[in-house]
Design a protein around this ligand. Structure first.
Ligand SMILES: Nc1ncnc2c1ncn2[C@@H]1O[C@H](COP(=O)(O)OP(=O)(O)O)[C@@H](O)[C@H]1O
Ligand SMILES: [Mg+2]
Length: 254
């Protein structure tokens, strides 16, 4: 029996209507996310990856097709779906703890529960020592940890990440992918992450979805059968390199 998808996109197409004319961004995308699986989405710049993620988060209504969350049509943003963008977008006048707690304050969570969840998220993201720090004092990697913690604070069923490490330098980026592996191992969710780094996708994912040029459509799916736990040490191993090459070829067929 097929496992029922937790979050699915069914025949999603999207056209942006602009004064300069219509911009077709997505063309008939169908995908299913379920269980504790980590899926990465790669594809050329401008192919519609962010558009797809915003549609899956309920932040944008597709021109055609529908999104189902647990069998129900998703028509607006929901706490059960957390999202992280490339920019952390923290409130500069709030501390790290204050930024983490913000979604709970907005939801009217009682103070004691708020404090407990915030403490747990500081611990999960390795930010205990920075609870009282302001965003201006954080490195890019630390700011993204806060953004991930903020997205997880409602304990969503699905986590969507849109190039969360895209603005970080290469070394920090590698560290953050290990960090994300660690967080995910403890806090298993259905994850869909957009990245333009093929090694990052292969390191993190159970399967990699490949999108073709705009209007975006899925052109390949590459399963990543590498054992977990995984670490950066994998990067130079032959099976890792072969899988990366497979993903690369499906993006740019020879
Ligand atoms: N708000 C918008 N209005 C008009 N066109 C848009 C808008 N957002 C994105 N686009 C266009 O849609 C296409 C897909 O964009 P996007 O989803 O951001 O791609 P990706 O994330 O893969 O780089 C691009 O051609 C982009 O210029
Ligand atoms: Mg994008």
């Amino acid at each position: 029996m097929a496992v029922r998808a937790l979050l699915s996109a069914e025949h999603i197409s999207h056209v942006y209507r602009t004064p300069g004319g219509d911009v077709p961004a997505l063309d008939d995308v169908t995908l299913r996310l379920s269980g504790e699986s980590f899926v990465c989405l790669v594809g050329p710049s401008g192919c519609g990856k962010s558009t797809l993620l915003r549609i899956l988060a309920g932040l944008l209504r597709p021109t055609e097709g529908r999104v189902l969350l647990d069998g129900q049509p998703l028509t607006r943003a929901q706490r059960r779906v957390g999202i992280v963008f490339q920019k952390a977008n923290l409130m500069p006048w709030r501390t790290v703890a204050g930024n983490l707690a913000l979604p709970l304050e907005l939801a009217g969570t009682p103070p004691a529960e708020r404090a407990e969840r915030t403490r747990a998220m500081l611990e999960l993201t390795g930010l205990e020592g920075f609870a009282g720090a302001y965003p201006g004092a954080l490195s890019g990697g630390m700011a993204q940890r806060v953004a991930i913690g903020r997205a997880l604070i409602h304990d969503p069923q699905v986590l969507l990440l849109d190039e969360p490490f895209g603005a970080l330098d290469a070394l920090t980026r590698e560290q953050m992918s290990e960090e994300l592996l660690r967080i995910w191992a403890r806090h298993r969710k259905t994850v869909l992450m957009v990245t333009h780094s093929i090694p990052e996708a292969v390191l993190l994912a159970d399967r990699v979805l490949v999108m073709g040029p705009r209007p975006g459509h899925l052109v390949a799916e590459v399963p990543i059968p590498l054992a977990r736990p995984r670490s950066l040490a994998l990067l130079h191993q032959p099976d890792f390199v072969a899988l990366s090459e497979q993903v690369r070829r499906s993006i740019r067929p020879a």
